[in-house]
Design a protein around this ligand. Structure first.
Ligand code: HEC
Length: 270
């Protein structure tokens, strides 16, 4: 069952309905209903305030964001680090809403959400960064690309100006999951959790995700961002990654197989 296709069809059906509303809208306008119409338009979306203004980062600013992210890991860990690397510079470049935005918003996501070893916090922080700057739809597309980059790259890549430890190895996680990613790396490096090396490695990964997100935002600002990664979600009738065999071997458990009948409950566009 191709869920992506089903969702696409649903969205384009909505597009048709919107088109019809557009015609009604023109009628309302000619009847002098401008004030009413704009209020209705504003109420229709709960995302009225996103995206916030974005100004392209220079290569030097992207590197600076990486260094801020790395250094900020040692304040509130990974998720805060990835988010604050971008926001600190946006405060300087753009100001406005970024000045009062609480960068600690995603601090809870460290250690794969409050230490539960689930999704790497850098992906939550950088996803929030992308969503603030590009809105929820493009933000999700950028987050999907960044997850793919995270899962398929030998990390960390970034070398900070002020490392707290020297590290020897990189590793590919094959997954956006915190404990798989950091676990595979610690095994290869031969160090334990909360060693200076592990901490510096996670700071560098926060920098990598922050910088990659900014690169995608720059592309988007130029009208050149094209989502390439097909979300693996529901590839197995369940939100998923492409690593089922790692733990389950050839016998990937099946769910009930009853799937997809709730899509009509979705409201407000995905
Ligand atoms: C990191 C290891 C790991 C990975 C990777 C993984 N699983 Fe699991 N999965 C588990 C564990 C552990 C359980 C719980 C098994 C139990 O309690 O008997 C589980 C349970 C499940 C269940 C619930 C039914 C059952 O038999 O317990 C389903 C369905 C499932 N996994 C599907 C998948 C699919 C599909 C993928 C790939 C997208 C996947 N899993 C990847 C570890 C993993």
């Amino acid at each position: 069952m191709d869920v992506v296709k089903m969702l696409d069809e649903k969205v384009s059906r909505r597009g048709l309905i919107k088109g019809a509303a557009g015609i009604a809208g023109v009628a309302a306008l000619t009847m002098g209903g401008l004030g009413l119409l704009s209020k209705v338009e504003a109420a229709k979306t709960s995302y009225a305030t996103l995206p916030w203004p974005y100004k392209k980062f220079t290569a030097a600013e992207i590197k600076e964001a990486g260094n801020i992210a790395h250094d900020n890991w040692f304040k509130h860990f990974c998720s805060f680090a990835a988010l604050s690397g971008g926001v600190e510079i946006l405060r300087r470049k753009v100001g406005g809403p970024y000045n009062s935005f609480p960068m600690e918003l995603t601090s809870f996501a460290h250690g794969g959400t409050a230490g539960w070893g689930a999704t790497c916090g850098t992906l939550i922080g950088s996803g929030v960064l992308a969503t603030l700057c590009a809105g929820p739809k493009i933000g999700e597309q950028i987050a999907n690309e960044v997850c793919n980059f995270y899962a398929t790259s030998a990390l960390p890549i970034f070398v900070p100006d002020h490392p707290k430890a020297q590290i020897k190895t990189t590793s590919v996680s094959d997954s956006p999951v915190c404990h798989l990613s950091v676990g595979k790396w610690m095994k290869k490096e031969g160090v334990g959790f909360l060693s200076p090396q592990q901490m510096d490695r996670c700071g560098r990964v926060a920098a990598d995700m922050c910088m990659r997100t900014l690169e995608y935002l720059n592309l988007w600002a130029d009208g050149k961002f094209e989502p390439k990664t097909k979300a693996p979600f529901m590839a197995n009738e369940i939100p998923s990654q492409n690593n089922c065999t790692d733990c389950h071997g050839d016998k990937i458990p099946q769910t009930s197989g009853k799937f997809g009948t709730g899509l009509d409950l979705l409201k407000g566009g995905h």
